[in-house]
Design a protein around this ligand. Structure first.
Ligand SMILES: C[S@@+](CC[C@H](N)C(=O)[O-])C[C@H]1O[C@@H](n2cnc3c(N)ncnc32)[C@H](O)[C@@H]1O
Length: 186
């Protein structure tokens, strides 16, 4: 559905060397990815035998850009997306003036889990994007108190197990929210 009505521009954060990137590129879309592991990015281009040009983008890092047909429609930035300010700058520089950015965040007590996924508050979203963008919270799901699957085997009566995973740790948080935002330029 997302690809109806002609060529689109797609941003793919944490893209790795996912085959989806090539799938979209081969159908004429412009695909901009971001990935921390440079080796994955090199392999993405070499395994698909795509000619590539690498340039350095100030404040971000290397940018791998396809040169097939000189259209540069496949681009992957190598950088750390957990730096939220850098991520915002990269994202907003790739977003068209009338583009839409859908953001999903998870908000929990950071004392229970160091991430990933990292805790991001509503206030942090507004601090990052509020100066440049309209921010519409489309949905908020309160997941506080959902049961911990680690305790199920004991009938739920055992003391909370030491969390073995992010999912289990997040369920021990005194608050847990999913929030979905639509972000557009002012
Ligand atoms: C679970 S993989 C998903 C890869 C791809 N989206 C797919 O579906 O095959 C997560 C990817 O995020 C990348 N990654 C992890 N931490 C990152 C960070 N801080 N900044 C950018 N990329 C990161 C990893 O190197 C990995 O390629």
């Amino acid at each position: 559905m997302m690809f109806e009505g002609g060529a689109k521009s797609v941003f793919a954060p944490l893209c790795g060397k996912s085959l989806d990137l090539i799938w979209m590129y081969n159908r004429g879309h412009t695909v901009v990815g971001a990935e921390i592991a440079e080796q994955a990015v090199q392999e993405l281009f070499s395994e698909k035998k795509l000619d590539v040009h690498v340039q350095h983008v100030e404040g971000v890092g290397p940018l791998y850009k396809s040169t097939d047909g000189t259209d540069g429609r496949l681009q992957v930035y190598v950088g750390d997306l957990f730096d939220l300010t850098k991520y915002r700058d990269l994202l907003l520089s790739s977003l068209k003036k009338d583009g839409q950015y859908y953001l999903m965040i998870i908000d929990y007590d950071p004392a229970v889990w160091p991430g990933p996924p990292h805790n991001i508050t509503d206030q942090r979203v507004r601090q990052l994007y509020g100066e440049y963008c309209n921010i519409e919270m489309m949905q908020e799901s309160n997941l506080t108190g959902i049961s911990n699957p680690d305790n199920k085997a004991s009938g739920g009566n055992a003391p909370p197990a030491k969390p073995k995973s992010a999912g289990a740790a997040l369920r021990t948080s005194s608050y847990l929210y999913d929030r979905y935002y639509k972000i557009t330029f002012k």
